[in-house]
Design a protein around this ligand. Structure first.
Ligand SMILES: NC(=O)c1ccc[n+]([C@@H]2O[C@H](COP(=O)([O-])OP(=O)(O)OC[C@H]3O[C@@H](n4cnc5c(N)ncnc54)[C@H](O)[C@@H]3O)[C@@H](O)[C@H]2O)c1
Length: 264
């Protein structure tokens, strides 16, 4: 199950957190990976730990030029591109009244424009690889539980992730209609222990009227049916599944990995 032998994947925002763990699991599953990020040093280090199966390409997801360079790097070094993981994302953690227009624009640029550009600019290579593959190519978009239900901490983040949820379904339908053989699915994590997870806890603590991040963490855990926060590995396993041929009958779907928070 969940093997990716012979596959080549490009992951945005994979220098750290969920993206880095997904790159690691993908290599373990037999794939070659291109790690894109704006954190050059961290991204190179993440790629280095994965050896010859990985390379780092600077990728600001808001830049068409960077996407072209990342796809070219995948083709030059590994010969094709089967999988795109649109993982890069920003969290803001501000109320509607506190957020500025510039902050909204930045959130949109990374969380929405980045997903659109990645999909559009990887499409030719993904189509090409799909022609040669039994089950076609795959795109996995990182949405969130905040893309399914409203967020108590960050309404603007929630608006962008809701967009990712429906873009995923629409792209799946478009590519199916056109016969491209590219599956598109979304991953919906709950609160996960990463740098972004810490930002979520800071916002929650602020809303509780305290600086006590541990109090915020306890509150999150108390509300989680599974009784713990998620790890990058919990999410990476789901992404690898969606990217693999084992998910060959899934497209336009969302996989919720949230410790049960949205079941309530
Ligand atoms: N951590 C959570 O609780 C959580 C929950 C739901 C969804 N998510 C989503 O999962 C994805 C990964 O989040 P994470 O928790 O690993 O966060 P993280 O902050 O640890 O990692 C995000 C990565 O994206 C990169 N990035 C930011 N702007 C970029 C840009 N313009 N171009 C390229 N890369 C850029 C960052 O440098 C970082 O390496 C995000 O899309 C996030 O919204 C996270």
């Amino acid at each position: 199950m969940n093997r990716l032998d012979g596959k080549v994947a490009l992951l945005s925002g994979a220098a750290r957190g969920i993206g880095a763990e997904t790159a690691r699991l993908m290599v373990e599953a037999g794939a070659k990976v291109v790690i894109g990020d704006v954190l050059d040093e961290r991204g190179r280090e993440t790629a280095r730990t994965l050896g010859d199966a990985a390379l780092y390409s600077r990728l600001d997801v808001t830049s068409e030029e960077d996407w072209r360079a990342a796809v070219a790097a995948a083709l030059d070094r590994f010969g094709k591109l089967d999988i795109l993981v649109n993982n890069a994302g920003l969290f803001l953690g501000k109320d509607i009244e506190a957020a500025s227009l510039a902050e909204w624009a930045r959130l949109c640029a990374v969380n929405l424009t980045g997903v659109f550009l990645g999909t559009k600019l990887c499409l030719p290579a993904l189509r090409e690889a799909a022609r040669e593959s039994a089950h076609g190519s795959a795109i996995v978009n990182l949405a969130s539980t905040a893309g399914l239900v409203g967020s108590t901490q960050d309404p603007l983040y929630s608006m962008t992730k809701g967009g990712v949820t429906l873009f995923t379904k629409s792209a799946a339908l478009e590519f199916a209609r056109k016969g491209y053989r590219i599956r598109v699915n979304s991953m919906h994590p709950g609160t996960i222990d990463t740098d972004m997870g810490d930002q979520v806890l800071v916002a929650r603590a602020r809303n509780l009227g305290t600086n006590d991040i541990e109090a915020a963490r306890r509150q999150v855990i108390d509300r989680l049916p599974i009784g713990r926060m998620g790890t990058p590995n919990d999410i990476a396993k789901g992404i690898v599944f969606l990217a693999s041929d084992d998910a060959g009958f899934m497209t336009g779907a969302g996989l919720v990995v949230d410790g049960g928070i949205t079941a309530q």
